[in-house]
Design a protein around this ligand. Structure first.
Ligand code: SIN
Length: 270
């Protein structure tokens, strides 16, 4: 009997695993899909090495996990609007994602997951940090958990994307989500505010809201909740935006780091 068993190697006890034994450019068998899905639910971000993807296989991989989302802040490729280029070189003035965030939480229905494929990486540097929002939530005191439970916060795309758009008429989404989110598959609770998109907690005065948000951002930066991924050419990272945040480190200027991302649809945060 043939099996499609994959090897899943955890990178820390809290977050992150590398997966070996699958060619993601080919359609996944049911067994492969289930193992990858289970690993994503358990480890929150999963990594693959030595992959060779074109845009069609990248989109097919994303579609195996849900509908693809058109990015609401950044234009996709002309022929593949669901695919966004992630590129930095000696002419770059900024890079995507170098502040801690979960993708597109400004959307009314933020994405479930994102799949980033990087065929070109710098000689050194250009790592991505991922933080477990389950671990961050679990480490809060019971009194703080009680206080945050039931609060909602505003997530705005305007200040994130306005500086990088040439279209003065473009409007960016702004949405309100629970501060503590229950994951729809695992049932676990996680912190769901981030310093890129979240602007205020509803119902609190500005000083109070700023203080609570700053506390939460600082709390989430505790490296006990993190995994750091060192890219190689052909690596793929697939993260669950519902329970993680990430930050791309831009420490390789003027070298080139280049690839593509697809984003998989999620559900309204509860
Ligand atoms: C992103 O936020 O999607 C970019 C992550 C990265 O470039 O590592």
């Amino acid at each position: 009997m043939t099996t499609d068993m994959l090897e899943v190697k955890p990178m820390t006890l809290r977050i992150g695993a590398e997966i070996f034994g699958v060619d993601l450019s080919k359609p996944l068998s049911n067994q492969q899909f289930e193992q990858i899905h289970d690993a994503l639910m358990k480890h929150q971000v999963i990594f693959f090495r030595d992959q060779k993807m074109d845009h069609e296989s990248h989109k097919a991989l994303g579609r195996a996990f849900g509908d693809l989302v058109i990015h609401t802040g950044v234009k996709g490729l002309d022929d593949h609007p669901e695919v966004v280029a992630i590129h930095a070189d000696e002419n770059s003035k900024f890079v995507a994602g170098d502040n801690w965030h979960s993708d597109l939480t400004c959307n009314e229905i933020p994405p479930m997951g994102s799949i980033l494929y990087l065929p070109i990486v710098p000689e050194v540097g250009g790592d991505t940090l991922f933080a477990s929002m389950y671990a961050a939530y679990d480490a809060l005191s019971d009194k703080m958990k009680d206080y945050l439970d039931g609060l909602t916060a505003v997530h705005d795309g305007e200040h994130v994307y306005r500086p990088i758009t040439n279209d003065p008429d473009k409007r960016f989404p702004c949405s309100t989500h629970p501060v503590i989110r229950t994951h729809p598959v695992t049932g676990k609770k996680g912190i769901f505010v981030n310093s890129s998109y979240t602007t205020k907690i509803v119902g609190l005065g500005k000083d109070e809201s700023d203080a609570i948000l700053q506390f939460l951002y600082k709390h989430c930066m505790n490296s006990n909740f993190h995994v750091r991924f060192r890219w190689q050419p052909g690596s793929i990272a697939f993260w669950d935006n519902r329970c993680t945040q990430h930050q791309a480190i831009w420490d390789y200027f003027p070298q080139v780091r280049s690839g593509f991302r697809v984003t998989v649809a999620g559900e309204k945060p509860q």
